[in-house]
Design a protein around this ligand. Structure first.
Ligand code: GDP
Length: 194
């Protein structure tokens, strides 16, 4: 998809604030600093539209981006930031579970992991949660420009194995620098968003 028009429709904390209108939604989740904003910006051809909201003290919101008045990208706040209090973590957990479990328009979730390392325990928990709610999952291994070409198959297999991905899951290695994988990610989104 060639994206020209993007708007932040709302930063929501509760279901009463979720947008009405009924566009299909694709959510993006991953630990802080994994490259989520960079992926979203690459997909919509912007340099700094989506910004990271993972710093402590900032309100944790679900950001709904209207893409061409056809679908919403839902930017889920990053997890795993060391300095966040247990209370904040619990709030984050409740917000994301409410959204994942109740949103009819949600067509699939892009779950980001760092392609340079094995997925973390929190990454595994996120994918388990998505499986639990029977949501289609695209795992994106980010920053793959930092992985030697000869090691990329290994990285792919490690992610697949660690996250116990099955036949219904998809996995793409991605780079926001050289845009490796971008078309594959868009293909998945367009397929799910129909
Ligand atoms: P977020 O917190 O998940 O939204 O992460 P950001 O998109 O803000 O990226 C975190 C850091 O990783 C920044 O310094 C980015 O420049 C860097 N980064 C993100 N994507 C890539 C990538 O594909 N390749 C490389 N080399 N660095 C990346």
């Amino acid at each position: 998809m060639q994206v020209h028009n993007v708007d932040l429709t709302i930063s929501a904390v509760s279901p009463s604030q979720y947008p009405t209108g009924g566009y299909p939604e694709i959510a993006f989740a991953g630990r802080s600093n994994v490259g989520k904003s960079s992926l979203i910006n690459a997909l919509i051809n912007r340099k700094s539209f989506a910004r990271t909201s993972s710093q402590p003290g900032k309100t944790q919101t679900l950001n709904f981006y209207d893409i061409e008045s056809m679908l919403y990208f839902v930017d889920v706040p990053g997890y795993g930031y060391a300095k966040v209090s247990q209370k904040e973590r619990d709030k984050w957990g409740a917000m994301i579970e409410t959204y994942l479990s109740s949103r009819d328009q949600l067509r699939g979730v892009v779950s980001l992991v760092d392609a340079r390392h094995a997925p973390t325990k929190l990454d595994q928990q996120m994918v388990n949660l998505l499986h639990y709610y029977d949501l289609p999952v695209l795992v994106v291994g980010t920053k793959v420009d930092k992985v030697k070409k000869s090691k990329r198959n290994q990285s792919y297999s490690l992610i697949k194995k660690t996250l116990q991905l099955g036949e219904n899951d998809d996995l793409v290695l991605f780079s926001a620098l050289d845009k490796t994988g971008k078309d594959k990610v868009w293909n998945w989104i367009e397929h799910m968003g129909q």
